[in-house]
Design a protein around this ligand. Structure first.
Ligand code: SF4
Length: 360
């Protein structure tokens, strides 16, 4: 019995789609990506275009749940071809700045085992393909906008998964999403967040279409970091900071140091002082302090408002650039660290295991 291979189309560039017959790959690529021209919730190819790309699969994830938050954010559950579900969050900014931040997943679950994160309890189920990552973005932009001008989108890889653990697919998806025949997103409006995979940071630095980098730091000594983030046992802070110092930056670009503030764990003035030491070693950095988003069963708690203020005061006093992230979608568990479809939580301090490298 012969089987015909069906190639996933959404992770392909125009020149790879081209079948050598008219209409060309650029036309087909554009029809797939231009969500404002879709009909009935899916791309429409003319008869000749469809015939030219027979054997390509352009199926999209299905929306299996949509939970709007009181603050305007929406959490979506997206069902992939094998029935697995990932989550994405759509966050419109205020009306004066009609922009949307879209947070997407790079893996089903995550193998990094951070003890404060809901996704960690799932473990790593599998990587998403570039096709599935692009499909996730197209589905959400088509259903919730902005369809008219996708350049208003800020895309962040901060959903389920460690993007640098699936770097090949993530970079390919970014290349596709930035192509001018499609959505045409700006690489400077895309941020990839890592827990600190040092070799992959160097690989990211060499990417043809390079996004911005955020590092989820969350502690300021190797010992404290290893309590919550197993990756710290493999790559210590000195090695991580060296990699960040070496990371090339475009004019005005900054590396984001994300710091989830956990009450009694990493929220002391001494932590803030060491965090400032790290930030000030980098050529350009912004410290993003994130109030913890507690979820059912977590062993951690949010630092209170006074502690948060004191912590940021130390950073400001040292001359750091600081932002405090306004968490969106907390009431529907769509905020940072709350995305998970199944599973338990990890006990406090029990950063579970070192990551298992998935197939690339
Ligand atoms: S915080 Fe990020 S890297 Fe850590 S377990 Fe959660 S999803 Fe994975």
């Amino acid at each position: 019995m012969s089987s015909v291979e069906v190639r996933p189309a959404l992770g392909l560039l125009p020149e790879e789609i081209s079948s050598g017959v008219r209409p060309g790959g650029r036309h087909v690529f554009s029809r797939l990506q231009r969500v404002d021209q879709w009909e009935g919730g899916a791309p429409v190819l003319g008869a000749r275009a469809a015939a030219a790309v027979a054997g390509l699969d352009w199926s999209l994830p299905k929306v299996c749940s949509m939970q709007p938050s009181d603050d305007g954010a929406t959490k979506l559950g997206l069902e992939l071809g094998d029935g697995r579900i990932v989550e994405a969050v759509h966050m419109p900014r205020d009306v004066r700045r009609p922009r949307v931040t879209l947070c997407v997943s790079s893996q089903v679950g995550c193998g990094m085992g951070c003890s404060f994160c809901a996704t960690a309890a799932m473990g790593l189920v599998r990587n998403l393909s570039a096709h599935e990552i692009v499909g996730q973005v197209l589905r959400v932009v088509h259903d919730l906008g902005p369809k008219d001008d996708p350049r208003k989108i800020t895309l962040v890889f901060m959903g389920m998964g460690e993007p640098l653990h699936n770097l090949g697919a993530v970079l390919r998806a970014i290349e596709v999403l930035c192509h001018d025949a499609g959505l045409g997103l700006a690489p400077s409006r895309i941020t990839v967040s890592t827990s600190g995979l040092v070799p992959q940071i160097a690989e990211l630095a060499r990417a043809r279409v390079r996004p911005q980098l955020a590092v989820s730091l969350n502690a300021t000594t190797d010992e404290a970091r290893a309590r919550t983030m197993p990756v710290a046992r493999r790559h210590g802070l000195a090695e991580l900071v060296d990699a960040l110092v070496a990371f090339p930056l475009r004019p005005h670009e900054k590396i984001t140091l994300a710091y989830v503030l956990l009450r009694g764990e990493n929220d002391g003035d001494d932590d803030a002082e060491r965090l400032a030491d790290i930030a000030l070693r980098l050529p350009r950095a912004v410290v993003n302090v994130i109030p913890y988003n507690a979820f059912e069963g977590t062993a951690y708690a949010e630092a209170d408002a006074e502690r948060l203020a004191a912590f940021t005061r130390v950073l400001h006093g040292r001359g750091c650039l600081v932002t405090v992230r306004r968490s969106r979608g907390r009431d529907v568990s769509a905020a940072c660290g709350q995305l998970a479809r199944e599973g338990r939580t990890l006990p406090r301090g029990a950063a579970r295991r070192l990551p298992i490298a998935p197939p690339r």
